[in-house]
Design a protein. Structure first.
Length: 344
């Protein structure tokens, strides 16, 4: 295993002005990173981030992952890179799937190509549970991103760049997630809107998502996929927990029905991946399937090492009750702020 260290290194983050990017940046600076390159297409958010961090180790690069040359500029003299830029909203990708392809598939391929050309030591790409058995455009394009990363690892065994993947579920209180929506609805005295009450979703904090990426960054071999074990809650249970923390023991909940491209339950590992996964405590590691495309031997003999296991889903993982969901929510600084504000 290659020895890697954050201290003194130069790290690039695509989509660096987003929720994940900001949290990752703060973590890297605290751990002694030499420089952090923030790459994004939003100049206003870059300006806000520049002022809020006020750290000379930050460098900002304006560009788009769809533009290979702009990615290459951000990756000059970079040791490690994290690819977080993506179109993530399910409804938006359903209505504009061609845009999801350009950013999530072609853009990710550009990031891999730029990292390889610039000699980046380790590139970690962020994926999602929606890439497993995808039913929506966002999940389909993320699944293709994963295939691109694995194909690179398989086809370029001598590359100086280790390309790996992380896959996670809902990141609590990230931009566009349902928890800040519930908070805003309570602040305005409105009903809490849920799509399907018994729908389940994995729950992970932003800090836990950063820990997952760092785990991959420090330990990955080419083509590895890492998943963090996570509990789950029903959407109704999540709404009730947010309401309870903000002083509503019985919040009014309105069912609006499932949206375009939504599943009842999400999957972090397919049964096939679970059969190959190794348990690393808080994480699962799925090594690259490095077989060639010559499958004749498997047609005749099969794969004797493959065992039958089940998917790892938000339905069969640890299910949080109301108290457990509230305790997990209180690990989020924003939720602690609003809880104190509403109960003072």
């Amino acid at each position: 295993m290659t020895t890697r260290s954050i201290e003194g290194s130069t790290i690039a983050i695509t989509g660096g002005t987003g929720s994940f990017g900001s949290t990752m940046t703060r973590n890297l600076l605290e751990r002694g990173a030499g420089k952090v390159h923030i790459f994004s297409r939003d100049e206003a958010k870059q300006d806000e981030m520049r002022k809020s961090f006020d750290d000379d180790r930050l460098r900002f690069f304006l560009g788009d992952v769809r533009d290979l040359d702009s990615v290459k500029q951000a990756f000059v003299d970079v040791d490690f890179a994290f690819h977080a830029a993506a179109l993530k909203q399910v409804p938006s990708c359903e209505f504009f799937p061609e845009q999801a392809v350009l950013t999530n598939v072609k853009g990710s391929q550009n990031v891999i190509e730029a990292a390889n050309e610039r000699g980046v030591s380790s590139l970690v790409l962020l994926s999602t549970d929606k890439a497993v058995y995808p039913v929506n455009a966002m999940g389909m394009t993320k699944a293709l991103m994963e295939k691109s990363a694995q194909a690179f690892a398989r086809n370029h065994p001598r590359s100086r760049t280790t390309v790996s993947l992380t896959r996670y579920g809902n990141v609590m209180y990230s931009r566009g997630s349902v928890i800040p929506l519930f908070v805003d609805q309570i602040r305005q005295g409105k009903e809490l809107t849920v799509t399907e009450p018994e729908m389940t979703r994995f729950l992970m904090s932003l800090d836990e998502s950063v820990d997952l990426v760092e785990h991959a960054f420090l330990r990955a071999e080419p083509g590895d996929l890492f998943v963090r074990k996570a509990p789950a809650s029903t959407v109704k249970g999540l709404a009730q927990a947010v309401g309870s923390l903000l002083g509503l023991d019985d919040p009014k909940v309105a069912n609006i029905g499932m949206r375009h491209g939504e599943k009842m339950h999400e999957t972090l590992l397919s049964a096939e991946e679970s059969a190959r996964a190794t348990d690393e405590g808080q994480y699962f590691r799925v090594p690259l399937d490095a077989r060639s495309l010559r499958y004749g031997v498997f047609v005749e003999e099969g794969d004797a090492d493959r065992v039958a296991v089940q998917d790892y889903t938000s339905e069969n993982t640890e299910r949080l009750n109301l108290q457990g969901t509230k305790e997990l929510l209180l690990t989020i600084p924003e939720m602690r702020h609003w809880t104190e504000a509403f109960t003072a």
